[in-house]
Design a binder for this molecule. Structure first.
Ligand SMILES: Cc1ncc(COP(=O)(O)O)c(C=O)c1O
Length: 649
């Protein structure tokens, strides 16, 4: 049953809270108009009061209305994300506080590139960074030198790219410093050790250098800064930098096979190339820490530097959670052995699950306390992964995913704000002063210096900030929302078992990977079938009625789902064997030549909607979904003739 405390949080599947949203929209639109009028009340209306009666005005309004009606009608073919019948991708209804705050802010049109263009919302964005830092257990006190820093991005893709950029800047800076530093300023002994400092040691070196130049007279200071700047990778480019340092080679990034494709994009954009993105094998769709250690050992022996190891907190396709604690332990061991690199957690999907683990006072909740609220969640490894977040160098989290906020709101959080200085880009017309002596807020109000984007939405920042204020990021508040989705996943798994036995005579049903969170995949194979292509054709037929079809009215669909595939090369031999055996498939029918038989098609369900268990009306949408699926299976697969042996699930 949905926690009643979530009732006011959304417009609702039926638009139940329309009155509240309408009141807020009108109230704050009027408020905005008063603000316009009060700027200089002595200025008369520039658009004459009679303008609306003029023919061209009326013609314009008519055109506007026609286009808006056309748009509004077309939008009725949108995917009904708000509905508990939508079990597809990582999106659901919008949190009402965020939607209202975004609409309220839009007419002010703040541009969070700098305080000049967004005196209010830029602070909100910096505070969102601190709210998220606290959620992950980072230092969130701006008075501390090592306080974290976070900012919003257009999405998880750009946040992941920011992680690559920052890690590369931090890795290469000590090499530049070694090349340019004055005699007497202690630097690492050689290029290899400079390129392999642990991130914390890199930041300490940067801080020592910053203090050293700050003590110089302005002219000397600028000269030394320029000498170092001229040696930096960002100045020289990859080719010239590595030509100057023949002991070094371009570093690799280690990411699990489950990693999102944004990592591949990032490697291309950075100029390192996809070749340098190495896949770490999985076990149960979770990064295999032993395989990671073996790869690190091999790289160290071959003197191949490592830029970043990525752990995924909530994989895109399976909702599994990598052992972040093992990855940071590997990082620390490798640094000790002379191979330094950063660890980034891609929590674009699962970051807000951390709210379940955070007490109102900011402390991490013990495993037993978290478990008391759920049947089987969380696993020990999931709890340990959450506990290890403060030890990671940076984190991606997407408010526009499990934060239930409008698109255009990803976030990047760096553990230590001091490293951000390495990303600075100057543009005198936007950012006055060099910012060296600024306090935390003054420095980051020149946000555009540090981030990939230039102009960016202040309304998005307002939406995230207000949501986090109304629903603080702890288990008593926001955490109720992901908590509900975890319970839905439990109910889905239990119902899937019943479904498997109900259709056993027709199909073998399996959950290929037990999820750690709220994404559940289902594989169905027609009973007695051993052929991969036939199973895939059956799965595609099921999916065909679950996908968004732009040519069909949305009402034509009973439910929406999504699909993904299991690729044997990503699964690895052991998991491939297990999944094939469980489904009764013959591995010999896999064919690398045939696009329909080189992988397994499976259904994917994201259980994000908080109203899946509508106890008020006695409806479980999970039950309804499995009833629907059973009807589809029976329609697609004729019942076996009496006396024919069937394969039980
Ligand atoms: C784990 C993960 N990382 C990154 C991304 C990319 O996020 P976006 O689509 O917001 O750019 C996604 C999107 O699904 C994701 O699941």
């Amino acid at each position: 049953m949905t926690d009643p405390r979530l009732y006011p949080c959304f417009l609702g599947p039926y638009g139940e809270n329309d009155g509240l949203l309408e009141k807020l929209t009108v109230e704050f639109l009027r408020d905005h108009v008063y603000w316009r009028r009060n700027f200089h009340p002595e200025d008369p209306p520039a658009i004459p009061t009679h303008a609306a009666q003029q023919p061209q005005f009326m013609a314009f309004e008519a055109r506007l209305r026609r286009e808006l009606h056309t748009l509004s009608a077309a939008l009725k073919r949108s995917v009904p994300f708000h509905s508990p019948r939508y079990l597809g991708h990582m999106v659901s209804d919008l949190a009402l506080p965020g939607l209202a705050a975004q609409m309220l802010t839009l007419p002010y049109n703040p541009n969070n590139v700098s305080e000049d263009a967004a005196p209010v919302t830029i602070d909100l964005e910096i505070r969102v960074g601190l709210q998220l830092a606290r959620l992950f257990g980072y230092d969130d006190d701006p008075a501390h030198a090592g306080c974290a820093f976070g900012h919003l991005t257009s999405g998880g893709t750009v946040a992941n790219y920011q992680a690559l950029r920052l890690a590369l800047a931090l890795k290469a800076f000590p090499v530049a410093l070694r090349a340019a530093a004055p005699p007497g300023f202690a630097v690492p002994a050689d290029d290899w050790s400079a390129f392999n400092l642990a991130p914390r040691a890199g930041i300490a070196l940067l801080e020592r250098w910053t203090a050293w130049v700050a003590a110089l007279a302005p002219g000397a200071r600028r000269a030394w800064e320029k000498r170092v700047q001229d040696e930096r990778l960002e100045q020289l480019g990859l080719v010239a930098f590595f030509a100057r340092h023949p002991d070094l080679s371009p570093p690799v990034v280690l990411a699990p096979v489950t990693a999102h494709y944004s990592w591949s994009k990032g490697m291309k954009l950075l100029g390192l190339g996809r070749e340098q993105l190495l896949e770490v094998p999985e076990r149960g769709m979770r990064l295999d820490p032993r395989a990671l250690d073996a790869m690190l050992e091999d790289l160290r022996e071959r003197r191949r530097p490592v830029l970043l190891a990525v752990a995924v907190l909530g994989t895109t396709e399976f909702g599994t959670i990598d052992p972040v604690h093992e990855v940071v332990a590997s990082r620390d061991r490798a640094a000790h052995a002379g191979l330094g690199f950063s660890v980034h957690v891609d929590a674009a999907w699962g970051g807000y699950l951390a709210t379940i683990f955070r007490a109102a006072d900011g402390a991490l909740r013990p495993l037993d306390a978290v478990r008391a609220d759920f049947a089987t969640f969380p696993s020990e490894s999931t709890h340990a992964a959450m506990a290890a977040l403060p030890r990671c160098d940076s984190i991606t989290v997407d408010p526009h995913k499990m934060g239930y906020l409008p698109y255009g709101a990803g976030a990047f959080v760096a553990r230590d704000q001091r490293a951000m200085a390495l990303l600075v880009e100057d543009a005198d017309y936007v950012f006055a002063g060099d910012g060296a002596d600024d306090d935390y807020f003054t420095r980051f109000r020149k946000l555009g210096r540090f981030i990939l984007e230039g102009s960016k939405s202040g309304a998005a920042a307002a939406a995230v900030y207000v949501t986090h204020r109304v629903m603080p990021l702890d288990h008593e508040n926001f955490g109720r929302l992901p908590g509900e989705t975890i319970r839905s996943a439990g109910a889905f798994l239990a119902r899937a078992e019943r479904f498997a036995s109900d259709v056993a005579a027709l199909a073998t049903v399996r959950i290929p990977f037990a999820p750690d969170s709220n994404i559940v995949c289902l594989a169905l194979n027609p009973a007695g079938n051993a052929d991969v292509a036939r199973m895939n054709a059956f799965m595609r037929a099921l999916y065909d009625e679950l996908r968004c079809d732009p040519d069909k009215a949305v009402q034509a669909r009973e439910f929406y789902g999504s699909m993904t595939t299991l690729r044997p090369d990503a699964l690895g031999a052991a998991d491939t064997r297990r999944v094939f055996a469980e489904l009764g498939l013959d591995a010999a029918t896999l064919s690398g030549e045939d696009a329909d038989a080189d992988r397994l098609v499976i259904l994917r369900h994201t259980l994000m909607n908080p109203f899946l268990d509508d106890a008020e009306n006695g409806i479980s949408y999970i039950d309804l979904y499995f009833d629907y699926l059973e009807r589809r299976v029976r329609a697609l697969l004729p019942a076996p003739a009496a006396g024919t042996a069937s394969r039980a699930a």
